[in-house]
Design a protein around this ligand. Structure first.
Ligand SMILES: [Mn+2]
Length: 402
């Protein structure tokens, strides 16, 4: 669209290192100095976009001594590189196809220096190193994440309470966001999934443009909010008419049992996200067999294959400034205190598949919480204010039946 403003979202690595919210900026950290180079608007643009930040206040707020204009950056780097210091330059902006183009006008000079003259001293793998820091949340980050989880939990309760048959999915989506914003969240952390009936089997269903009918029966919502740049990520499944059918209840309780057992394993240990995934399949075999969802004649191997089809996504991911946080950290890394991960088993029964009970055909369920791994071992469920027990879910979701 021509000439229409859009919201800027700061790069999360940049956010993590300095907290500055403006666009087109560069941060240089050396052993002795911290320098921020920012883009100042012309006075004509200040009328449209608001005043430039006051450099002294900015310096004080960010704890960075030196705030400069972006036009001075190449010159500074030239001086630094040609000086006596021979140390490596670690950089994180040469994602050539993407950042390189966006910032072309600022970094062309720098590009020349780094790709030619000083090439041997440059290492472009800074992102992975920053993620190694980001994956362990500080006490202050934990506080912000707890708040993001609390806000989203309350927004879920209000949205469940508000729901009724013949409500458009988009209205639930908007209701969730409203409840988050009422609590000073900046809004949804990602486009929520609000899926009635069989649409829940489409894992990334984000159209959210259908009416949820009584016949759809269940609604699956996967939503989270951002608070002070930190994300929460929750999934719940509830009956749109306020009561599960006996078959749905049985499946829901089996899935919840799987989720609770997996959360119990979220301790500092040798276990990694990938190992937790295997444990999840094992629990699914146990609890789904108990409710006779899995045909008894199958071998263990076949059962394993079947549960991995019933839940085609991973058990979880890291959570933080990004919803899928620290994607460069391997899912084989053991869990450590300070990590925040999601635990989100789901079960999606294919439509008209005669291998499964007819009354469950086409339904999808997911239960997702955000877990802080703690030093003392007990998993800290940051989203524990969001109800998930069957009877509580029913008592909340039956409140607004028309
Ligand atoms: Mn998630």
């Amino acid at each position: 669209m021509h000439d229409v403003p859009y919201k800027f979202h700061q790069s999360t690595n940049f956010q993590y290192l300095c907290g500055y919210q403006g666009s087109d900026s560069f941060l240089i950290l050396t052993k002795n100095e911290h320098l921020l180079f920012i883009t100042q608007k012309s006075s004509e643009f200040e009328i449209w976009e608001g005043p430039n930040p006051d450099k002294t206040t900015l310096s004080k707020n960010l704890g960075i001594e030196s705030i400069n204009d972006v036009s001075e950056m190449t010159q500074y780097m030239n001086k630094l590189l040609s000086g006596p210091c021979e140390s490596t330059v670690w950089c994180s902006f040469f994602d050539e196809d993407y950042t390189g183009k966006i910032h072309a006008k600022h970094i062309n000079g720098l590009h020349q220096l780094i790709n030619n003259e000083y090439r041997a001293r440059v290492d472009k793998r800074l992102d992975g190193l920053i993620q190694k820091l980001r994956v362990i949340k500080s006490a202050n980050e934990q506080k912000l994440m707890r708040k993001a989880c609390e806000i989203a939990s309350h927004a879920f309760i209000h949205t469940m309470e508000f729901s009724y048959p013949q409500v458009p999915e988009s209205v639930l989506e908007t209701n969730f966001e409203l409840e988050c914003k009422k609590r000073m969240s900046s809004g949804s952390a990602y486009i929520p999934v609000v899926a009635g009936g069989n649409r829940a089997c489409t894992i990334h269903y984000i159209d959210n443009n259908c009416m949820i009918s009584a016949k759809d029966s269940l609604v699956l919502m996967d939503a989270g909010c951002e608070y002070q740049n930190y994300c929460s990520d929750i999934s719940r499944t509830w009956p749109i008419i306020g009561k599960f059918t006996p078959a749905q209840k049985e499946l829901y309780e089996a899935l919840l049992e799987v989720q609770i057992r997996c959360i119990d394993l979220c301790k500092p240990s040798q276990l990694s996200l990938n190992e937790l995934l295997v444990r999840m399949y094992q629990f699914m075999i146990k609890y789904f067999e108990e409710i006779k969802l899995l045909p008894a004649h199958l071998t263990y191997q076949e059962k394993f294959q079947m549960v991995s089809k019933l839940c085609p996504h991973h058990i979880g991911h890291h959570l933080g400034l990004d919803v899928h946080d620290c994607h460069l950290i391997s899912r084989d890394e053991p869990l450590q205190p300070g990590m925040v991960i999601t635990i989100e088993p789901g079960v999606y029964i294919p439509l008209h598949d005669t291998e499964f009970p007819k009354e469950l055909s086409g339904y999808g369920m997911r239960i997702e919480d955000d877990i802080l791994i703690t030093q003392n071992g007990a998993p800290d469920i940051l989203t524990n204010q969001c109800p998930k027990k069957c009877d509580i879910i029913e008592s909340i979701s039956c409140k607004n039946q028309k």
